[in-house]
Design a protein around this ligand. Structure first.
Ligand code: IPE
Ligand code: IPE
Ligand code: MG
Length: 246
């Protein structure tokens, strides 16, 4: 499957909504947390694959602003899983030249989780390999509102004028300011919605949905999504005949 990927037409940035951990576990008669742990293994594998084939940015939705509403034991179990995964993987990620970045409001997390995250960002900040961007306590509306608040503040302080407020300036106030928009967004588990993921950035993303639950998502499934993306015609508002290869 990997051989069918056109290396000249790779997306620069792939974003993934890793969904279906709970249902995968339930089908196996296991707890939801068992599913989340298995999801971490899938993530390790897909991050490695993405780096190997030359993807520059991988963003994953790990915890949404709405996920706090889950049962308390699931939320705290997820926090433990984040922390354990960070601690056990950070060395290897750093050795693989992965640069870790975060989008989302991590101030709501415990001190130990925040420290783990900040240490990982600091340690890997000069790495030149794939940018691994994790959305934690992230929501697209949160990000947009935050941008509006900061733009209003800068306007008030005469740092910007009304006419400066363009699409590009707005992007520079979002948490994804240093990352290009994702060309491809994958969602696993059969749900076909964004659930607040990258609202502003996804206007021209190709959306790819698969029924496979995240813990069962394999390298080949990942390659299949990339191949499907490569077979789509991205017109960006133009007509077919205007595109370079026509
Ligand atoms: C995705 O899997 C992981 C998180 C949202 C943290 P889910 O936990 O949403 O799994 P399902 O959708 O209930 O199967
Ligand atoms: C979206 O999954 C968020 C993450 C994958 C972290 P959810 O399972 O929380 O989304 P909904 O509630 O089904 O839309
Ligand atoms: Mg879900």
């Amino acid at each position: 499957m990997e051989k069918q990927i056109n290396k000249e037409k790779l997306p620069t940035h792939i974003a993934i909504i890793m969904d279906g951990n709970g249902r995968w576990a339930k089908e196996k008669g296991q707890s939801r947390l068992f599913g989340h742990k298995a999801g971490v293994d899938t993530l390790k594998n897909i991050l490695r694959c993405a780096g190997n084939i030359g993807i520059k940015y991988l963003t994953v939705y790990a915890f949404s602003t709405e996920n706090w509403s889950r049962p308390q034991d699931e939320v705290s179990g997820l926090m433990d899983i984040f922390l354990v995964a960070l601690k056990s993987e950070i060395k290897e990620l750093h050795e693989s030249d992965v640069k870790i970045t975060i989008i989302g409001d991590i101030q709501k997390f415990s001190q130990s989780v925040q420290k783990g995250i900040n240490d990982a960002i600091e340690l890997t900040k000069n790495n030149n390999g794939i940018v691994f961007n994790v959305a934690l306590n992230y929501g697209g509306r949160w990000d947009i509102i935050n941008a509006v608040i900061n733009i209003a503040e800068d306007y008030k302080q005469n740092k910007i004028n009304k006419t400066d407020i363009t699409e590009m300036l707005f992007s520079s106030y979002l948490s994804t300011k240093n990352i290009p928009d994702p060309e491809l967004i994958i969602r696993t588990s059969g749900e076909q919605r964004l659930s607040g993921f990258l609202l502003y950035e996804s206007v021209y993303s190709e959306l790819y949905f698969t029924d496979i639950y995240w813990p069962a998502f394999s390298e080949n499934d990942f390659y299949e999504a990339i191949i499907a993306y490569q077979n789509r015609e991205r017109r960006l508002g133009k007509i077919s005949e205007q595109l370079p290869n026509n």
